[in-house]
Unconditional design. Structure first.
Lengths: 72, 380
């Protein structure tokens, strides 16, 4: 129940921004720069994420698909 | 401007897509990277990757990659030389299960991409082979942006089937197979011209032989291999916030909450800062904190007995806290004609807290690791 409430709260918060803002295409210059990507260093992130999956007991909601290996 | 929008759309569509494509979009590109991992429990991994992305037509593209993991100096400490009834139990590698100095994993991935306007799709397959484990997976995702790409939603899923072949010739009961089904969804929302949030959900269901076939527990009462439940359902939610906080400086903050039916919960907080020093040079720094609670069936090592349905010697199911920090660099050499080569380098440090299960298995109170990545990306 707590988990469901957290997800719903986050979703509502995100949709709130959808309802009250609009960024026009000509205003997106900053958003398109490399340091504004959600994952500016994807090669590092992919490897680090793989290590975390091996060294820790939980994973999920990552920035991409990671195939399994026997070490997980 | 349409190109900028398309780059933004693709770059912000996360779910299931291979990492490189999420950041770069569909364009002709070749990536060669090399990852290195080393820790204080004598596991060392060299992991080269070659990836090629080719636009096939106006809407279609293909990506193929090949990764290899070479694992050396596998620790003979693992298992900590436990003796039961006068017999020394086999020592094995913590990385993959094979003892000795050379273990090798190959992992090819192929995916097809489609994009048209604000819509994109990606479908692919992944295969992983190592000496004691084979896995085959299919994955796919759909992404759609609306309201001038102020909002981007994505859904995806994957299915993976794996089979164990333990090097110790142990027969696994009741099955030597493991499957994993995962569903993902994400919503990205622009807040203003310099910031956005993204919300991600995932649901994961695993069944089959979920323990490591090598981990075993030896105490005053028993000598038994690890036994886990044969299924696991997990939910994870992540909220990410990206914002430009000063000219050429951005912050990237993320919180993730995890919960599963083994009664494990975890919290992950990640913070990153990126600075565009020059047009062709970006520096980054990051920090990460992770905390998990133990599975409901985990007991103290010396409390297990023959009546227990489940036995755990693997520290990854116990109360655990980890932390890490990293530095990164991205450089596009201006002296190269067309400036079509990007060089990326990173270093990460990582450690766990002191843990009795780590001490029991590895003979060290905690794990300390170093990771490094160097990548060369060529647009052609």
């Amino acid at each position: 129940m707590k988990k469901l409430m957290l997800q719903q709260l986050c979703l509502l918060g995100t949709l709130f921004f959808a309802g009250c803002t609009h960024v026009s295409p000509y205003e997106k210059e900053v958003l398109a720069s490399q340091n504004m990507l959600s994952n500016p260093m994807p090669e590092q992130a992919a490897f680090a994420s793989h290590v975390y999956q091996i060294r820790e007991g939980t994973s999920g909601a990552e920035n991409g698909f990671q195939g399994g290996c026997g070490c997980k | 401007m349409q190109i900028v929008l398309r780059v933004l759309l693709i770059s912000l569509s996360f779910v299931i897509l291979p990492f490189k494509l999420m950041a770069e979009g569909i364009k002709d590109q070749m990536t060669v990277s090399f990852d290195y991992y080393s820790d204080n429990v004598d596991v060392e991994v060299y992991s080269p990757l070659v990836a090629l992305t080719k636009r096939l037509s106006e809407h279609w593209g293909i990506n193929a990659s090949f990764r290899a993991d070479a694992i050396s100096a596998a620790s003979m400490r693992n298992g900590n030389g436990k003796v039961k009834d006068g017999v020394i139990v086999d020592a094995v590698s913590g990385a993959s299960g094979r003892y000795g100095f050379d273990d090798f994993r190959v992992a090819p991935t192929v995916s097809l991409m489609y994009e048209e306007g604000d819509f994109s799709a990606n479908f692919g397959s992944y295969y992983s082979n190592e000496v004691d484990y084979d896995a085959l997976a299919g994955f796919g995702s759909l992404t759609y942006g609306f309201n001038d790409a102020n909002t981007i939603i994505s859904i995806g899923g994957s299915y993976e089937k794996a089979k164990w072949s333990p090097t110790t010739n142990r027969v696994l009961y009741p099955t030597d197979e493991k499957t994993q089904t995962q569903g993902n969804a994400s919503v990205m929302q622009l807040i203003n011209p310099t910031s956005y949030v993204q919300l991600r959900f995932s649901y994961t269901y695993q069944d089959g032989f979920l323990a490591s076939p090598y981990h075993y527990l030896v105490n005053d009462t028993i000598a038994q291999f690890d036994r886990y439940p044969e299924s696991r359902k997990a939910y994870a939610t992540a909220l990410q916030y990206v914002s430009q906080v000063a000219e050429d400086v951005s912050i990237n903050l993320e919180y993730r909450y995890y919960d599963d039916d083994w009664d494990m919960q975890s919290h992950t907080v990640t913070g990153k800062v990126f600075y565009n020093v020059m047009d062709n040079l970006m520096l980054g720094a990051s920090a990460r904190w992770y905390n998990q609670s133990k599975a409901s069936f985990v007991k103290n090592l010396n409390e297990y007995n023959y009546d227990d349905a489940y036995i755990v010697s693997d520290y990854r199911l116990t109360d655990l806290e980890t932390r890490g920090a990293g530095l990164s660099l991205s450089y596009r050499p201006g002296f190269i004609e067309d400036e079509n080569i990007l060089i990326k380098m990173s270093y990460d440090w990582y450690e766990t807290d002191d843990n009795a299960y780590i001490e029991n298995w590895y003979g060290k109170s905690k794990i300390e690791a170093n990771m490094a990545t160097i990548a060369l990306i060529y647009d052609f």
